[in-house]
Design a protein around this ligand. Structure first.
Ligand code: GAL
Length: 433
């Protein structure tokens, strides 16, 4: 991977010494002694991991890391505490209740970037700066990414991946049979959508059940309408950008796209929408590349059953987010939790997790041969394209903003009132600062 480019993409091009040569970063087993082989686990040694990974691909990925953990830490019982609901809509609420009640899981899934600041402010996480140095993670992850894990002078979590949020997935057979190519602009999107509609195929599969799906679609529409430079200003809270006529244009573009989507969207999860494309009932869906992990888990083949392209207007821009795990303050099992974080950041852990999850490794020394055609494309894209942070998946904005933004977009999904969306989003910008 072109490391300098990654640094540049994060806007943090620094001394090249910040990227050190690839190295192992071996995972440290939990410090207590493992029971003799075959001995019953009396329940004394446990590790509780909290996430929202329940769908095909997601569950496969985390299980692959659990397998490595178990090999390295025999005798530790893993409690896989999942709360279903994509993008963590339900999980984050449950987590907050647990944290406030003094019942933290040892480690939980949190997005790199602004999302994690809430837990630090609430004094719920342990800093991991020294742990990073001990494990050598600071030497094998892009400096720009590490910057996203820092807050108040410390590193707070271990990233397991980089996901791309702005991908258009399409039914390859339908596109080939009808001589269609993935739309690169909103105008092309409309032309392709009309062609699909004429064939009786739902042009765009869209979910709504987990209340992140329309917000997710809209971040790619904002990027496609404003362009990357101005999108980045927008999410940095630049008032002039939010007063710009392109905000209403973005809402119009979204309205147009929603008009080509399935009417039952409010009751479908993202995976249901992805499945419509696989089944040939819909032509396209716009979703993060966890959809690739989902398709793989269904036995589908990329570029045979489904194809991929940047969302309309997003060509040449990689909208990124990163899943990471932190260490709870007063974790019930801190040693086991540290051994878990060691697996999360290790080359072995990441190379087992990411090919199933549909994401690319956060480390720069991954074994690229283990990654399929789509993921190889994504590794190259991340290293060569411009980058923009995802709003919905915690990279760009703190939780209070995400809530206000999501509410505005979910209202819009039902009423498609352009003016009301513009006002709601302009009002929400106070939370971006
Ligand atoms: C994102 C998360 C992904 C994937 C997705 C759907 O927020 O970063 O890893 O799980 O939600 O649930």
């Amino acid at each position: 991977m072109a490391r300098e480019k990654i640094m540049k993409m994060f806007g943090l091009l620094a001394a090249s010494a910040m990227f050190l040569a690839a190295c192992g970063g071996a995972a440290a087993p939990a410090s207590e002694e493992a029971p003799a082989e075959g001995a019953a686990n009396d329940g004394a040694k446990k590790l509780e991991i909290f996430s929202w990974w329940t769908n095909g691909g997601e569950a496969d990925g985390i299980n692959a890391m659990y397998e490595i953990y178990k090999q390295q830490n025999p005798g530790v019982e893993i409690i896989n505490a999942t709360v279903a609901g994509a993008a963590g809509t339900n999980a984050k609420t449950v987590l907050k209740t647990r944290l406030e009640g003094g019942d933290p899981p040892d480690s939980w899934q949190v997005h790199a970037g602004k999302e994690l600041t809430q837990y630090v402010d609430a004094d719920k996480m342990e800093p991991l700066t020294a742990f990073f140095a001990e494990q050598g993670f600071d030497k094998v992850m892009p400096a720009g990414l590490i910057e996203q894990l820092k807050y108040k002078g410390e590193i707070w979590s271990v990233p397991v991946n980089i996901h791309r949020s702005n991908v258009l997935w399409y039914n390859k057979k339908i596109f080939d049979e009808n001589g269609l190519t993935p739309p690169t602009t909103f105008e092309e999107f409309q032309t392709v959508a009309e062609a699909l509609k004429a064939k009786g195929i739902t042009p765009l599969a869209l979910g709504g059940k987990d209340k992140f799906e329309t917000p997710h679609l809209f971040e790619s529409v904002l990027l496609g309408t404003y362009g990357v430079e101005d999108y980045n200003k927008l999410v940095a809270g630049d008032e002039a950008m939010w007063q710009d006529a392109r905000l209403a244009q973005s809402a119009e573009n979204l309205k147009m796209m929603i008009s080509y989507s399935n009417e039952d969207r409010a009751s479908l999860a993202w995976a249901d929408a992805a499945q419509l494309v696989l089944d040939g009932k819909a032509g396209m869906t716009i979703m993060g590349d966890w959809a690739h992990g989902y398709y793989l888990s269904k036995g589908a083949t990329v570029n045979v059953d489904y194809g991929y392209a940047p969302a309309p207007g997003n060509v040449g821009v990689f909208m990124w987010l990163s899943d990471s795990f932190g260490l709870a303050k007063n974790a019930p099992n801190p040693d086991q939790a540290k051994a878990w974080l060691a697996v999360c950041g290790s080359k072995e852990g990441q190379d087992a997790f990411n090919p199933k999850k549909g994401s690319i490794p956060a480390r720069t020394d991954a074994d690229v041969s283990l990654y399929d055609e789509y993921l190889k494309y994504s590794i190259t894209a991340f290293a060569s394209e411009q980058v923009a942070p995802s709003i919905v998946h915690g990279a760009a904005a703190p939780e209070p903003y995400m809530v206000a933004y999501n509410n505005a977009l979910n209202t819009f999904a039902a009423d498609t009132d352009v003016e009301a969306l513009v006002v709601a989003l302009q009002d929400a910008t106070v939370e971006l600062k």
